[in-house]
Design a binder for this molecule. Structure first.
Ligand code: UTP
Length: 294
């Protein structure tokens, strides 16, 4: 089975849920504690064995590329000042993976954004990371999916169970659990943001995929759908019928960093790793518990 070495990070969306913060700043650069959120994504990719990342960018997103580039002047300043720990943090993003970017000229949808990477992916399986979805897991979420792909040769999407009343906010998968693994779901259909009463399950699709390169053929035949955009979900729905698709109920906690509340919760989650910061937060919460700020 071909190894999964490449990944696509579609980051050309406009981030309307985070306005006005995202008027002039790419939402992927908003920090989780002291790292841009997209760095957590690239760290997950590298820890999953990904060697090459293709970021799909659009207008106003060029600074994402700067973050993953070397900065000789800053590095020299830190070196001269003997700030070795900071120097390592500044250098690290440029050394994690090989990175390329493709500009999506018009925001024609997630499916179209992925199609823009076709010439750089070629005929290899690849992972897709939606940068809004941050997953804190012992074994990286993408690695969990890659293991499924490399064992079965079938494309796979990440799934998580959500409360039934929240199903209308997600793409929901219908399917039967595989006899070999209770986390593996043989997907028979996907419904985008169903009314709660129509949701075929409570298994929501999360922004990690490992896809066979045949998905490009399905994407190139997909007409614009909801919102007049080329939807990845529509291409996958066609693929289910002819090639099959697995879902994998991954282990880990997912945060929607594209939403203000999810973003703040992600910050709290990652802040717990720095005792000094976490102690200050605990102190603040204890002093204000139950109180509404004036
Ligand atoms: P969303 O539909 O969540 O859009 O895109 P968005 O602009 O990121 O965020 P909101 O909802 O307006 O706040 C899902 C993913 O697909 C990418 C986005 O960058 C995001 O990672 N995308 C979407 C593109 O790269 N190009 C597109 O044309 C559309």
């Amino acid at each position: 089975m071909a190894k999964v070495r490449k990944a696509v990070i579609p980051a050309a969306g406009m981030g309307t849920r985070f306005l006005p913060a995202t008027k002039a700043i790419a939402k992927e650069l908003l920090p989780i504690v002291n790292k841009p959120s997209i760095q957590l994504i690239v760290e997950e990719a590298a820890a999953s064995g990904i060697e090459e990342v293709i970021v799909i960018t659009g207008r106003g997103k060029t600074e994402i590329v700067d973050h993953f580039d070397a900065h000789p002047q800053l590095e020299e300043t830190l070196r001269r000042a003997g700030k070795e720990a900071l120097l390592r943090e500044v250098v690290r993003p440029s050394q994690m993976v090989k990175m390329a970017t493709v500009r999506q000229q018009r925001p024609l949808g997630l499916g179209h954004a992925i199609l823009c990477a076709r010439h750089l992916i070629g005929n290899e399986p690849f992972a897709v990371f939606l940068p809004d979805d941050l997953v804190d897991a012992q074994k990286p979420c993408a690695r969990q999916l890659i293991d499924v792909y490399e064992a079965t040769g079938r494309s796979v999407v990440a799934l998580m169970n959500v409360p039934r009343e929240e199903t209308s906010a997600y793409g929901i998968a219908a399917g039967a659990v595989d006899v070999r693994d209770p986390r593996l779901v043989n997907i028979s259909a996907m419904v985008e943001k169903p009314a709660v009463v129509d949701a075929p399950s409570t298994q929501a699709i999360v922004g990690r995929y490992v896809l066979d390169p045949c998905v490009f053929d399905y994407l190139s035949r997909t007409n614009p759908g909801r919102g007049d955009e080329i939807q990845l979900t529509d291409a996958l729905a066609a693929m289910i019928v002819e090639r099959g698709l697995y879902g994998y109920l991954f282990e880990g906690n997912r945060f929607d960093a594209g939403d203000v509340t999810g973003y703040l919760l992600a910050n709290l989650n990652w802040a717990r790793r720095t005792p000094r910061i976490w102690a200050a937060i605990e102190q603040y919460v204890a002093a204000h518990a139950g109180g509404v700020p004036r």
